[in-house]
Design a protein around this ligand. Sequence first.
Ligand code: AMP
Length: 281
Amino acid sequence: MHVFTTAADLQSFVEASRRAGRRLGLVPTMGALHDGHLHLVQAAAADCDDVVASIFVNPTQFNNPDDLRLYPRLPEQDTALLAGAGCTTLFMPDVAEIYPQPTVLRFDFGPLERVMEGAHRPGHFNGVATVVSKLFHMARPHRAYFGQKDFQQVAIVRQLIADLSFDLELVVAPTVREADGLAMSSRNRRLSPEARAAAPLLHQVLTQAAGQVRQGVAPTEVQAQALATLAQEPQFTPEYFEVADAQTLQPLARYEAGRAVVLCVAAHLGGVRLIDNVVVE
Ligand code: AMP
């Protein structure tokens, strides 16, 4: 596996790879890798000749300094996991390599970012769109792999690709979960044993709510019951639970035939912020 820390080295590698007619897949990550990330790498390895994985804890997408400071960093372990999963090229830049100067350009995704993560984490999607654009330019992939775990991020990246005419295909992979339903996340490492024991409630609430959506229970009622169930567990502080249109991400007043619904939740659990979602077709 090649390991590059500079954009110039990565770019000369991917240019040579493209000239040789090889297909490139990109898997952007922030490291502290788990099976969710490795599933994306395996999917890329099945489709592409070269798989570039990036590990970069992107400061501009963190709106909480403690979250950035405490974000787990395990470069050696990650390198070994990536090599075993079929990654051919690891890009591990430092902050100065990605941000030689502060960026001035600001992204505005309109209604897509006025809800959920965008509403609760000001500047988050500007940081995501900035770093994803830079990685697309540096890695020049034919395909880029993202997880449904970050549902709103996928919608933002889809819009970014369309609006800026990035010549690549977006591939979205399903959320990989622990046996008890908890969505895998690098932040799960920070959960205390007590918080970890309570954590599966997040997915249970989503599954219960998905059943209610299928039965036609009104969106506001589904939302109220989900928030009430989370509030019963003293370790949880719910931030939001939304019943939204899966395309526009706007909260639903009522269901429309033929339109998929997404249920998205964010909650704090023992000082760790977790998100999860379920799509109801
Ligand atoms: P992160 O390192 O958290 O920025 O995530 C890197 C990529 O892995 C993103 O596209 C995430 O959506 C995806 N990802 C994170 N957790 C999971 C999971 N449990 N299942 C599938 N993909 C995931």
